[in-house]
Ligand binder design. Structure first.
Ligand code: SF4
Length: 314
């Protein structure tokens, strides 16, 4: 069931996920914005705006403020955004003194940069700053990186546990989200949320807008939403994911399409990374259990990193 309408205000609105945005400005028209807000009202959807770096004209701001919403924006729009995106650890940490522990930060990074710079997360933990990580090159993760990713997350885990013991209220999606979850909590593109792009068309998420695949244009704001093969976005139509317990995994349908050519079939890269994160979460939870915390939560021990290996043996 749809719950959110993501409104991409400009082609150069900040990217908050695996895809890259465009550098050129192409603002959504005021009429399209008005129609988008009306669509959200009629369908009882919560709006999430994706902001560009530049300040919005006052007539846009007045419209946006007319209905409850959240903003996802770049660091330059921090004061107007609930979720703030940095395009590297450097960009975030160089602004550390202006970061707000009541906001949620998101760092987009390559896997190689994460390996080199993840230590900066420890500085964020000390300031009670919570940052989620999104990888911009999941396709580059190979089996050769399994040990390295496990070791890096293990180090991060210890730092997080120490920070919590020292009274800091910190978390990060890679290693703590899974602890809180009892069921799948994926991105939901095309299922729980839909994106309205500057051209007035709907897409499962901004990534499909930028990749310009006609098939994933899901109607438009004038003629209405038209989701082709809508079942394929749902968990119960993904044979691997519906048996999986890496509940925090984004289950990114755009990455699925890009790497396996099927919207409902994940790539090995996505599964490996999510399971290494899941297993690190288990170690953190085991530590909490030793301190008599979160006893009601459980993450089981498993002997695989890619559910396809299990599925293959059924
Ligand atoms: S880890 Fe793989 S199988 Fe599990 S939810 Fe993520 S993409 Fe699906």
């Amino acid at each position: 069931m749809l719950k959110y309408l993501v409104i991409l205000l400009n082609d150069n609105s900040v990217s908050y996920c695996h895809y890259n945005n465009k550098n050129v400005s192409n603002m959504m028209s005021l009429d399209t914005l008005k129609s988008g807000i009306l669509f959200a009202m009629k369908n009882d959807l919560k709006i999430q705006y994706v902001l560009p770096e530049c300040d919005l004209p006052s007539d846009y701001i007045d419209l946006i403020e007319s209905m409850f919403h959240d903003n996802i924006g770049p660091l330059k729009q921090s004061k107007n955004s609930e979720i703030i995106v940095a395009n590297s650890f450097d960009e975030l940490v160089s602004n550390i003194d202006m970061l707000d522990s009541n906001k949620r930060y998101l760092v987009r990074t390559t896997i190689a940069d994460f390996f080199n710079e993840y230590g900066l997360m420890k500085d964020l933990f000390k300031k009670d700053i919570n940052a989620n990580i999104v990888f911009t090159d999941v396709e580059n993760f190979t089996d050769d990186e399994i040990d390295k990713y496990s070791a890096v997350l293990d180090d991060l885990k210890q730092s997080l546990i120490d920070s919590i013991r020292n009274g800091h209220n910190v978390n990060t999606n890679l290693i703590t989200d899974r602890i809180a979850l009892e069921e799948m909590n994926n991105c939901g593109a095309g299922e729980t949320n839909i994106t309205l792009a500057p051209n007035g068309c709907f897409y499962p998420c901004p990534a499909f807008y930028y990749s310009k695949e006609q098939y994933y244009e899901l109607g438009n704001i004038n003629d209405g939403l038209r989701i082709l093969n809508k079942e394929l976005y749902k968990l119960d139509h993904s044979p691997l994911c519906k048996r999986c317990d890496a509940y925090h995994c984004k289950r990114c349908v755009w990455l699925n399409k890009k790497l396996t050519c099927e919207i409902n079939i994940p790539s090995r890269q996505q599964c490996l990374m999510a399971h290494i994160e899941r297993n690190t979460s288990k170690i953190i939870l085991d530590d909490f259990h030793k301190q008599n915390l979160l006893k009601e939560k459980n993450i089981s021990k498993i002997d695989y990193l890619d559910p396809f290996e299990v599925y293959n043996n059924i």
